[in-house]
Ligand binder design. Structure first.
Ligand code: 9D3
Length: 248
């Protein structure tokens, strides 16, 4: 898959290029990352990329012409890729959206700085606007990197077999269960008994119950969108009962 990112701050993308799962995917040629800087498409001596907003007010707006030229250059290299504008006005990204994007051959990710971009770029060039959540960032670059990280780990051959298998595991759509590693007791706190025995069916049921219980407690909205099997309903009832008995 290829990512063509339009950004005034290409150096920020050294993080995805150089580190971890995303860096490895790029090194191994599974992902191609190309950066397009609107400043390289200016034609004035000052290489101006921003200007004051019509109507007045604080902040600056990214100018049409350099952005348009950078987008056209990216499109010429990646004609099949839709242009995605990272912006607070966009549709909120979730795992379903990530999965859908991961099935594309490529994406052109348009990132903004300052107050935003000239709206005529949205009209002429943008296929979709995406937000990563309801909080204020100082630009679209980190949002683009979040999106890339979430997509790249879904691509075939990027994660190891064990991790890939976990992605379509039985706990999909739920929060994770608690995890423990050695030592068995630390500062007076012990690992749950069931995890120390070898009863794999009991362990599987305990983990599923914890995942269901934690999702019910912390993210009931996730449970409302998920159909529970009979076993899952029973385990969730057991979780609620044991909690009530503990007086919580
Ligand atoms: C404080 C400035 N805001 C005035 C109401 C508007 C504003 C402009 C530019 C808010 C944020 C930004 C920069 N943000 C992004 O480019 C961005 C973003 C975000 O801030 N939150 C969640 N997802 C995204 S995607 C791109």
């Amino acid at each position: 898959m290829r990512f063509d990112v339009i950004t005034l701050m290409p150096a920020l993308f050294e993080i995805v290029r150089g580190q971890g799962v995303t860096g490895r995917a790029i090194d191994r040629g599974r992902v191609h990352l190309e950066l397009w800087n609107p400043r390289d498409y200016t034609r004035d001596v000052h290489r101006t990329v921003d200007d004051r907003p019509y109507g007045g007010g604080p902040g600056m707006v990214m100018k049409y012409a350099p952005l348009r030229a950078a987008i056209e250059a990216a499109r010429a290299s990646a004609p099949a890729s839709p242009v995605i504008y990272l912006s607070p006005q966009g549709r909120r990204l979730d795992q379903g959206g990530v999965r859908a994007f991961s099935e594309r051959d490529g994406l052109i990710l348009l990132t903004g700085r300052y107050e935003g971009i000239d709206e005529r770029i949205v009209d002429c060039c943008v296929d979709e606007e995406i937000s990563i959540g309801d909080y204020v960032l100082s630009g679209g670059e980190l949002a683009a990197m979040v999106m890339m990280d979430a997509i790249i780990r879904l691509l075939p051959g990027v994660l190891g077999d064990a991790d890939s298998a976990r992605q379509d595991s039985f706990m999909e759509g739920l929060l994770d269960c608690p995890h423990f590693t050695r030592p068995e007791t630390v500062d007076g706190r012990s690992v749950p008994e069931v995890l120390r025995g070898g009863d794999h069916r009991a362990i599987r049921r305990w983990r599923l119950m914890q995942a269901l219980g934690r999702t019910w407690q912390r993210r009931p909205d996730l449970l409302e969108r998920r159909v529970l099997s009979q076993e899952e309903q029973d385990l969730l009832e057991e979780f609620k009962r044991s909690r009530a008995e503990a007086g919580e």
